[in-house]
Design a binder for this molecule. Structure first.
Ligand code: FAD
Ligand code: NAP
Length: 520
């Protein structure tokens, strides 16, 4: 790693030496305060020219970026483009330029050790310093072994150039734990971007990066406890999986590679991986729809992203049957009560039982304590589509309501731009409306939320809207809160309903970018 001699800093007579305690600050231009910097970093501007991607930076490359208008600095192994920050730096531009094109870690540690630079400079992150390959240490003779420094797999090397760059991994240990670190080279990685399963001392960790999947698949060299933790350091795109050793011995290597270990392939080319989940509870929601609660194994980390689905697998008369289902939250009003069960260990589903169906009657026959196989998440809905949306319209028919649950939850809790979210819910009869009472409570609790029901086979007492999805119903419903407000529409239900709805939305001049139709 590069090092700038620390004796040279602070330079004699520099601002840092002037103050008796710590450093003094230079006067900043108007509009260059910390608040101004924070505002600028939240503007969505691309500060690195990498469109959110991260790269590996060699020493040679770092050295080239040593001018004020093109200034990269390495701090603790991560490289930042600090040119946009120059005018906002309280210590002045000259101080920053001392580490231009070099490793400024020592300089930084002397003056700023307490500063949360990872957060301050997160939009300026270019990537990580390239690590020089080390010679692998053998674990068992004749086997390829894992010490985190292996050459990249063939699959990785055949990736198309336009795909995201291949992640890498490394590991380290303490007396009691082993930490596997995945460097995704991608910002905005969340806890739902990683799925980890530990079974009989084989570890399978999948990181989903854009439309690709990076897999760590290892037969561990020593036994570990079934509980582990997963941490994501979002702004540097780092995932850490912390395993607890069963015995406090020093591991010479991580273990042996298993199938597809260290591969990075398009998600569509990966198979589904299932784990056995236990049925914890089953509760009637309507006359034919139930809320199922499944418990993940303690040795699994899996969070389903907003609007995505998983596959459930059961053996029906000797044949394995698989059907897609969309997880929901335990209720629409979760914050009205303390969560009884710890989050992320349980998955909830709203499932309609079709008496003549193939899968659902079998699912309904399961007893509490029985098992069902659950796949990892699938689906092409991305919450980024909702960025800066002011009016969100949800069109759901029957159980097509299920993806709307997490979308609605996300919208009301995370979208600061949101003015209004309206749900138009199509059902046959009043008895078919899922969570009607909760929907109405939510509308009372949060003034941004409105719900309207449309029934296709109402009782004579019904005085609400009737019929099927139509241009007249939609044009009345889809009123923007402001003339030019940014809108987004989600639609889900029986396929002909979704197709017809999308056709009508196009007719009403909504563009493809403004519509998401949920399908398999
Ligand atoms: P099926 O065997 O598929 O039968 C369904 C109905 O069709 C029954 O009434 C049956 O009698 C009738 N039928 C079957 N074959 C014929 C035929 N040839 N002619 C006439 N009628 C026929 N459902 C939910 O309840 N909750 C969810 O969260 C959910 N999420 C989904 C997510 C996705 C991405 C998709 C694509 C679907 C989702 N579904 C959801 C639907 C679910 O996957 C199943 O399709 C549904 O549960 C029916 O399964 P089944 O095997 O019990 O019924
Ligand atoms: P349902 O009760 O049969 O129907 C709900 C409403 O939609 C009813 O008013 C029904 O009217 C109407 N409808 C049905 N077909 C229509 C059409 N061709 N045009 C206009 N309106 C139509 O629905 P369900 O049994 O709950 O089924 C829900 C569907 O959603 C399933 O097909 C499921 O696969 C799908 N789903 C998909 C996802 C996903 O893709 N992510 C998630 C969950 C569910 P009628 O009275 O005339 O039938």
């Amino acid at each position: 790693m590069l090092n700038v001699p620390s004796q040279a800093f602070p330079a004699p007579g520099s601002q840092q030496r002037v103050a008796s305690q710590g450093r003094s600050k230079v006067p900043l231009k108007q509009g260059r305060s910390l608040m101004d910097w924070i505002r600028l970093t939240k503007s969505g501007k691309d500060f690195t020219g990498l469109k959110g991607g991260l790269i590996e930076v060699t020493e040679e490359e770092l050295k080239k970026h040593n001018k004020k208008d093109d200034c990269w600095i390495c701090i603790r192994g991560f490289v930042y483009n600090v040119s946009p920050y120059m005018e906002y730096h309280p210590g002045g531009e000259d101080e920053l330029m001392r580490a231009a094109g070099a490793d400024g870690t020592d300089l930084f540690n002397e003056v700023h050790r307490w500063v949360n630079y990872e957060s301050m400079l997160k939009e300026c992150l270019v990537g990580r310093m390239a690590v020089k390959p080390a010679v692998p240490k053998d674990c068992h003779e004749g086997k390829r072994v894992l010490n985190g420094m292996l050459p990249k797999s063939q699959v990785t090397d055949t990736l198309p150039r336009e795909g995201p760059s291949s992640p890498s991994y490394d590991w380290f240990q303490t007396e009691s734990s082993v930490t596997i670190v995945i460097y995704t080279k991608q910002k905005n990685i969340n806890l739902d971007s990683v799925i980890v399963d530990l079974q009989d001392d084989s570890l399978r960790a999948e990181a989903v990066i854009k439309d690709h999947s990076y897999l760590i698949h290892i037969g561990l060299s020593h036994e570990v406890q079934e509980n582990f933790s997963v941490r994501v350091i979002e702004n540097v795109g780092k995932i850490e999986i912390v395993l607890q050793k069963k015995e406090t011995v020093s591991w010479k290597c991580l273990g042996d590679p298993l199938e597809k270990h260290d591969s990075f392939i398009p998600k569509k080319d990966t198979g589904l991986y299932y784990r056995q989940c236990q049925l914890i509870s089953k509760e009637d929601v309507t006359h034919d729809t139930r809320l199922f609660c499944l418990m993940l194994p303690p040795s699994t980390h899996l969070q389903v992203p907003v609007g995505q689905h998983v596959y459930l697998k059961l053996s029906v008369t000797g044949a394995e049957i698989v059907k897609p289902y969309t997880p929901v939250s335990e209720s629409l009003l979760s914050d009205f009560k303390e969560p009884v069960l710890s989050p992320n260990k349980y998955i909830y589903f709203l499932i309609k039982i079709y008496p003549a169906g193939l899968f659902t009657p079998e699912l309904d026959r399961l007893q509490i304590g029985d098992f069902v196989s659950v796949s990892g998440p699938e689906g092409n809905f991305k919450v980024s589509k909702l960025q800066e949306v002011e009016d969100l319209f949800l069109l759901a028919a029957g159980t097509g309501f299920t993806p709307m649950v997490t979308v609605l939850n996300h919208a009301l809790t995370h979208m600061s731009s949101l003015r209004k979210v309206k749900l138009m819910f199509f059902n046959k009869t009043e008895d078919d409306i899922i969570w009607r009472c909760q929907l109405e409570k939510l509308a009372l609790k949060d003034k941004r939320f409105h719900v309207e029901y449309v029934l296709s086979a109402p009782s004579p007492e019904w005085n609400g809207k009737q019929g099927h999805v139509s241009r007249a119903l939609l044009s009345e419903f889809l009123q923007r809160s402001l003339e030019n407000s940014k809108v987004f529409l989600c639609i889900c239900g029986p396929t002909p309903f979704t197709d017809e709805g999308i056709r009508l939305l196009h007719d009403l001049n909504f563009s493809d970018d403004e519509i998401h139709g949920f399908t398999a």
